[in-house]
Write a protein that binds this ligand. Sequence first.
Ligand SMILES: Nc1ncnc2c1ncn2[C@@H]1O[C@H](COP(=O)(O)OP(=O)(O)OP(=O)(O)O)[C@@H](O)[C@H]1O
Ligand SMILES: [Mg+2]
Length: 327
Amino acid sequence: MIIVEGLTRWYGPVAALRDVSFRIETGEIVGFLGPNGAGKSTAMKILTGSVAPSAGTASLAGCDILSEPAAVRRRVGFMPEQVVLYPDQTVRELLDFVAVLKGVPTAGRREHLDDIVGRCGLRDVAGKLVGSLSHGYRKRAGLAQALVGDPEILILDEPTSGLDPQQIVGIRELIRSFKGHRTVLLSSHILTEVEATCSRVLILNRGRLVGQQGAEGVAASDLAGLAGGPVRVILDWDGNREGVAAALAEVAGVDEIRISETGAEVLIAGNPVEIRPKLVESVLAAGGQLQGVQDKGPSLEDLFLRLTGANLGPDEPSRQTDDPEES
Ligand SMILES: Nc1ncnc2c1ncn2[C@@H]1O[C@H](COP(=O)(O)OP(=O)(O)OP(=O)(O)O)[C@@H](O)[C@H]1O
Ligand SMILES: [Mg+2]
């Protein structure tokens, strides 16, 4: 179980985290969503003892981060955002090293590490130097070292960013398999990823938990609904550009058509399951050669806009200049 109470972290005048409280029950997989600079990594670093809080406290598996940091480290596997590994160790040596640090018993250690190497797709590079690994493999090594010692709690900072699509699927499945017997907090920028792996989502913006749900977060299954906005169907076709676009505009349930270079993005107001086949039919009927159909749900940007009323554009100020003494 993870219990977080009033965590606050100031970096000079910037509040990276402000009075954040939440609970994660044993066996739950919970996601952290939030734009760049929201405080996700800061919270994770505090929970794993690499950054001290300015105020507040937390306990993981019953151990307090301030008074029992060593006990926390033994019980928690942490995959940081920037995986810092010893470059002149092989992957296997790295895992052995972490196993010693975590006090994994010698008996069964080899099998345990073999299992992790396999699950993280590292067999081919187990003998390679960590410093020579590509970004994706380095991420996998970062996940592997977090799994050493079978920690009951896992804190994973953007575990799938930079992985190839096949690995993303594999790692998500691996994370899902922890459900019920490990407590997991992971961060992500991908709405569909947290929907697929987490039961609940905590949304951070500028250091605070947002939304009326606050510390309760949002059920992952409610995310798309909360994000609202129309479902978009992307259609690509060859031939008869204008004729097909005009025909699409006539389909019942079509809200708006945005012409693209290869076809159009169609914003639909009704049920996509019913409307999508009609769109396809009308492309063909108007003489277009269909090249692709793709659904796009509401985006993370839509979700944040709804929950915070704030735009996430690059101009959004990320600094808070409140006086720390006043908080
Ligand atoms: N070491 C540091 N020194 C100064 N400011 C920092 C430091 N680390 C983080 N910050 C600031 O704290 C805020 C939160 O950063 P944090 O890395 O926790 O965000 P994040 O949610 O993980 O973002 P991202 O999605 O980009 O990973 C940002 O404004 C960041 O600039
Ligand atoms: Mg981060």
